[in-house]
Design a protein around this ligand. Sequence first.
Ligand code: ATP
Length: 312
Amino acid sequence: MTSAALPPSASVTVRVPAKINLELLVGPPGADGYHPLATVFHAVNLFDEVTVTAAEEWGLSVSGPQSLGVPVDGTNLAAKAAQALAERAGVDEPVHIAIRKDIPVAGGMAGGSADAAATLVACDHLWGLGTTKQELEEIAGGLGSDVAFLLSGGTAMGSGRGEILAPVLARGTYHWVLALSEGGLSTPAVYAECDRLRGSVAVPDPVPTPEMMQALRSGDARALGAALQNDLQAAALSLMPALTDVIDAGLEFGAVGGIVSGSGPTVAFLCEDTESALDLAVALTASGAVQDVRRATGPAHGAHVIGGPRPG
Ligand code: ATP
């Protein structure tokens, strides 16, 4: 099926959030090398924007404060997302994908996955396909373990490799300070370090903790701060020891919890309110322990259209 020809200037812009993992429990690797996960994803209002425009040929460009190191060829996850949707829908209408990056690259905040999710939504609108959420989630699952979550955003539980989503009852708005580090950490390298540190110790299958579920139900920042947990944190600290000082500094300056985000190196600090988040951001910046700080709140909406033609 091919949709009606589009005027050359037709474009759609989608905004997509970054994620942090409030809980990331990692099981032993299976025969395929993948680790089973039990995770609680939480989308925060730090956004990339993806604009797709009808074009003569496929193309991709990247701009914005976090564009360094992002591939501009077919290996970009956004390009793979557009191709996957085009193949599935039988569309033969090239697009130019323009990514404006504000999500740190290789920062453990799923920036590449976010761009893939945004591209799926943008191309679906541009091509007028009306793909169902379930179909988009299936395509997302084939692109990467975090892509499906970034279609929906909010706070949700992920199992399998993270692509099997289930809702969680979460109350409240949470105030975060994100401590960014210079340079990224490779996700496969962090998993390998996690396996190395565990050695031959038997690791149980990951199961979400009642403490996390209860904290989210209560909407209480202190309870959530105490329940934050990341099995990859030790590995991230082992590969980037300076992160230990960052975590210590944030907790000393008043955060109610601090955790390496995903595979790191971004550290997410939870604060009680906007004012304490502002104070913490200032104190961390002045300490010189971090490369940059960003404030964010969560939960945030998943990939959503902010400009361009809408179907119907
Ligand atoms: P995750 O938290 O999902 O493990 P991450 O946030 O640590 O991922 P990404 O920012 O997604 O890491 O980038 C990981 C690598 O993926 C980058 O180093 C880059 O080479 C590649 N990549 C491919 N597409 C993109 C994209 N659209 N944005 C950023 N990186 C991309």
